[in-house]
Design a protein. Sequence first.
Lengths: 245, 245
Amino acid sequence: MARYEQIASDLRDAIVRGDYPIGAQLPSEAELALRYSAARGTVRQAVALLAAEGLVGSRQGARRIVLGSERSQSFAELHSFAQWARSMGYRASGTVLSSRRRPCTPAEAVRLSLEPGEEVLAVLRLRRLDGEPVLVERTVYAGWIAPAVERLDPECESVTQELYESVGLVFAYGEHLIDAIAAGSEDARLLGVRRGSPLLRQRRTTTNQEGRPVECSDDRYRAGSVTFSIRNSTSANPLVRRAGD
Amino acid sequence: MARYEQIASDLRDAIVRGDYPIGAQLPSEAELALRYSAARGTVRQAVALLAAEGLVGSRQGARRIVLGSERSQSFAELHSFAQWARSMGYRASGTVLSSRRRPCTPAEAVRLSLEPGEEVLAVLRLRRLDGEPVLVERTVYAGWIAPAVERLDPECESVTQELYESVGLVFAYGEHLIDAIAAGSEDARLLGVRRGSPLLRQRRTTTNQEGRPVECSDDRYRAGSVTFSIRNSTSANPLVRRAGD
DNA sequence: TGCTCTGGCTTGTTTGTACAAGTTCGCCTA
DNA sequence: TAGGCGAACTTGTACAAACAAGCCAGAGCA
């Protein structure tokens, strides 16, 4: 772990613990540099991490202030249902309901950077939290990763982790579109809700470290089961609102 | 504009223009430093900006790669309905349906850092895009900003901008919770949809530059009218999933 | 042909220095 | 007392240098 990550971690713990309550000022960079025997640049990298997490805010000329005190665990949490559930203290399970190869649609070819008509693997999964069905996941995997996906246990808890362990695949980047839609008849049957009831939809495309698209997915959460949370500031945040499509 | 922002802007334009298509490699830091006659550290600040926007990804040892080519405009977009609408080419309008002072609830006291029972201003607004009602906004303003809000034109297009111009207020930080819910009877009437139809809900709390909470709001979008979008990577992103509350 | 391994390239981390720009607060004055 | 001024403090920007760590392709070997 890098020095600046250690410092960030230490400061984060102090904030979460309440040493620096919301609204309080953080020590100055100079003081932190002295305290940790590090250069000011290193301290700046540390607090930049906290700022990116939305825990602290800063303005030129004034001391940094604490904005929040809940820690969040970033990408892995957003991407892997199982990892997120585990860290929240839930027991996650899931079932593959269908899995078949087919030629990709033109839209999928664009999203996964494939040649038109190239083969993909379409998987329908139902995910549960503590036994309750909360998520219908319709995922399309690029052909080159399909064999590894097909080898997975249909009841496999964490696809992300299994793919990492079996073929060393790492999900590194993702784009996510979030909106609300009405449950279709299949959604309603699987989630145990009425047709037309509200669902939170997350459409995502994920790529590996080299920027090569791996999968795109349409995930539908039962209303009330999950909430997406974001902290942001005037300087740099990736969440934007888009017109309906 | 800082040197690193100029460099970032220049590179961003090149990416958007297609000089570096998706999947392509960016020049090395050393080469960019030479090209812009800047230190390597300055170049790193520039590409860090692009990485935060999700345009490029990087791994130690390998050249940076282009992940996307759409520019997004960050915080202002997320916060101000009017600014976002304008930048998307829509005509935004809005109407204040009710506005009254009342003592704050215990929950509001916590969210806005107020004393229990302190006075707040509750405003109900209906927002339209090109004349179509798309958003019901229930906002609670802290007492200290209430006078300025009450002076606003009820048909005021951009609250954010008006408050900046009248009292110099800047919305600097925000926390947002996004989920899906069914339309209540008031929501349904105002948005012109059936009761129980899906809405995208965004609950937010906003603070000024000093970290002082200004407002908290419950915004409900008609399904299909807007989509939230986020790009993320293994290193640092602020969006997380939370259990339903 | 197919494999390994190494050397050069590229990004990541850290330190140090200097100056610019904005904030804060106390002091002084009107 | 109210307001303005300025000095000290704090964060932002930029440069330079050095080493660590990971990637990749080409050379060399079996």
